[in-house]
Design a protein around this ligand. Structure first.
Ligand code: DLL
Length: 440
């Protein structure tokens, strides 16, 4: 369902006229009101009035996460703090969190963006919706919450954690939609099995999953285990939160970007040079309608490509590919770049292996090493009794997994296959990489 067809299906020329007008307004605003942008634009010798077309965007300097952190907590606000009605923050696992602020206007616009995103993913007014994203400083819980309400659906604000209770609430409230990280929604499905409930028999019909990288293979796994359609939702606190882009239920092939609110570029992560459509690089966003914390050419560190081709759903909003991974999470093992999602993709091709894994990065002399930890499925384990019982069978499985990893990744890795339930389960963003290098 297209909630806002005048915008979501607008001719590109109309959209681009709007984008240019809003870009110029945003630049005038930040140049006057945010000292950081004033100085950065002066240093780059560019003034807001120099930006006469969307192509001129590339003349503007980039904003990086470190610039936002340097202004911790409020230094980047474009409005007096009295006009701020809400704060959120990124998780800050790698240093100080990035604080973001919203005016009432920002909150209202964000709710409409998310309402439209939920509709794009198959949501309808009147739905009941189980929201298992964490509530709090993380944007996921409250971001989805207000959007679901703005759509006219009923939100069940469960937040993350207490998984048996999540299952009971799904049984009792009978929601059509569910949101959460893919790893957590899978965890909920596993809990259903433990509680003797067939995950395919619930009321759920669609899932809005994101906030962490996941592979197409994990989508298949989730869709099959819960008998739902699973759509990918993308966003980041620095830009607004969830809803920057979402897949449509019709195509499930790339995420429509809310381009009337966010200008999107893909650049070469090393040189910062813009890349043509279809090429994979780092996503860069410029906000067009934000009041409290506008961002100009924000380098996300997320790796994806853009596709401007029209979509079967009727939306003209450009699509971005699924995120391949974060630059921060890219492992360089003996000169080869590896993203955890590539490992996930391989593991999920193997029916005996469960969709739970962790990658441990270590050091042997000057070289980085990579050890993949995964689990067999409960079904396989029940059939073999013990992983040590049948050496020939375990070895055959081990060799098959190693061979597939080597041919997909192009390097040899260490492998540990565990029995079910050994690896930690996520209640939010899964920790896929354990980096032991910094600990030696
Ligand atoms: O994760 C916002 C969000 C909430 C998105 C709920 C979707 C659903 P942050 O905590 O600031 O915000 O983390 C942002 O998470 O830069 C990506 O690296 C990653 N990320 C978000 N969505 C996806 C996705 C929220 N669909 C960071 N696929 C981003 C892959 C994602 N990575």
């Amino acid at each position: 369902m297209i909630l806002d067809s005048a915008t979501e299906s607008a001719p590109r020329s109309e959209l681009e006229r709007w984008q240019l007008k809003k870009l110029q307004e945003t630049l005038e605003n930040v140049y006057v009101n945010v000292p950081f942008y004033h100085e950065a634009m002066n240093a780059a010798k560019v003034k807001p009035s120099d930006i006469a077309s969307l192509e001129d965007l590339t003349r503007l300097p980039f904003t990086r996460k470190s610039n936002l952190r340097d202004n911790y907590p409020f230094g980047r606000s474009a409005v007096p703090l009295e006009q701020v009605v809400r704060f959120h923050a990124s998780s800050g696992t790698r240093g100080k969190p990035t604080v973001v602020a919203y005016t009432q206007g920002d909150i209202d616009r964000w709710a409409r963006i998310v309402a439209r995103a939920v509709a794009c993913a198959g949501g309808r007014p009147g739905d009941r919706f189980h929201n298992a994203y964490g509530y709090g400083l993380f944007t996921g819980g409250l971001g989805l919450h207000y959007g679901i309400e703005a759509l006219g659906a009923a939100v069940i604000p469960v937040s993350g954690g207490n998984t048996p209770r999540q299952v009971r609430l799904i049984e009792d409230f009978r929601p059509r939609g569910i949101s959460g990280t893919p790893s957590y929604v899978l965890n909920i499905a596993d809990e259903m099995v433990k509680m003797g409930i067939n995950p395919r028999d619930t009321s759920l019909e669609y899932g809005i999953l994101g906030a962490e990288p996941w592979s197409e293979a994990l989508r298949v796994e989730i869709e099959e285990s819960l008998a739902i359609k699973a759509m990918d939702i993308y966003g980041l606190s620095e830009v607004i939160g969830p809803g920057v882009a979402i897949e449509c239920i019709e195509a499930q092939n790339g995420l429509h970007i809310a381009e009337d609110h966010f200008l999107t570029e893909v650049v070469d992560p090393n040189t910062g040079e813009p890349l043509p459509y279809g090429e994979t690089g780092e996503l860069v966003f410029t906000s067009l309608t934000k009041e409290a914390f506008p961002v100009v050419r924000y380098r996300t560190g997320d790796i994806a490509s853009l596709d401007p081709e029209p979509c079967v759903c009727g939306r003209t909003l450009m699509r971005m590919s699924r995120i391949k991974g974060r630059l921060d999470d890219m492992l360089i093992i003996r000169g080869v770049n590896v993203f955890p999602t590539e490992i996930e993709y391989v593991l999920l091709q193997i029916s005996e292996i469960a969709p739970h894994y962790q990658v441990v990065v270590g050091q042997a002399g000057a070289l980085d090493t990579l050890e993949v930890h995964c689990e067999v499925t409960p079904g396989y384990f029940a059939a073999v009794g013990s992983l040590d019982a049948d050496h020939a069978k375990s070895n055959a499985l081990r060799n098959r997994v190693l061979h597939m990893l080597r041919s997909e990744l192009g390097i040899s890795v260490g492998l540990h296959i565990h029995k079910p339930g050994v690896l930690p389960r996520s209640e939010g963003k899964a920790v896929r990489i354990v980096d032991k290098r910094s600990q030696v």
